[in-house]
Every structure is written in structure tokens, then in C-alpha cells.
Design a protein around this ligand. Structure first.
Ligand SMILES: [Zn+2]
Length: 98
């Protein structure tokens, strides 16, 4: 399934980007608003989001406010992926089968 949002292709796991942003104080966790009535479509009580103080319903990878925030940081050149430590697997994502 394709995402409705067009975001910069993130070359790292969201968890690592998030840890980096926290360290650089470029992100602040946000409180999830209490919702009345039925949960949002896609709500999954098994998932927790660090950006929402581990509120239930979605994972960090699925956190739309976080993605928008990261896109903002990239657009404003506050976050540049050249700054991030790059795991080796990114340069060679498909090792040949021997
Ligand atoms: Zn979230």
C-alpha cells in the first residue's frame, strides 16, 4: 500500500533518526489528544509511538506528525542526512546470494 504523503526518502530506521533528533533537541514528544468515540482507522493497540509518549495506536514509523516535522527540518536544512551516521547495510541493501 502506498502512503498518501510524499516524504523525503529516509535512509535510516525511524527509531535511529528519532534518537538523533532527541539528542540534538530537534524534536519534542507530543501528547496524544484523548479521543472520544471510535478510534481512528488503522488504530492498533499493540503499537506504541515514542513521539507520543508511547501512546497506543501507531508505531514511530507511522507517526504522521513526526514525518511532517522531519520533512520540515529537512526543508529548513536543520536536518541533513549527510550528518547522520550511515549503517553499512544502506550502501549494500541486497547482498548477492552465494
Ligand atoms: Zn506518534
Amino acid at each position: 500500500m502506498k502512503e498518501p504523503w510524499k516524504f523525503h526518502l529516509l535512509s535510516m530506521p525511524m527509531m535511529e533518526i528519532y534518537a538523533y533528533l532527541l539528542e540534538k533537541k530537534l524534536v519534542t514528544p507530543i501528547f496524544a489528544r484523548q479521543r472520544d468515540g471510535a478510534p481512528l482507522p488503522g488504530f492498533d493497540p499493540c503499537k506504541k509511538c515514542e513521539n507520543h509518549f508511547r501512546a497506543e495506536g501507531h508505531s514511530l514509523e507511522e507517526c504522521i506528525p513526526l514525518k511532517i516535522h522531519i520533512q520540515d527540518l529537512i526543508d529548513n536544512k536543520l536536518l541533513q542526512f549527510e550528518d547522520l551516521p550511515r549503517p553499512d547495510v544502506v550502501t549494500n541493501p541486497l547482498p548477492p546470494h552465494l
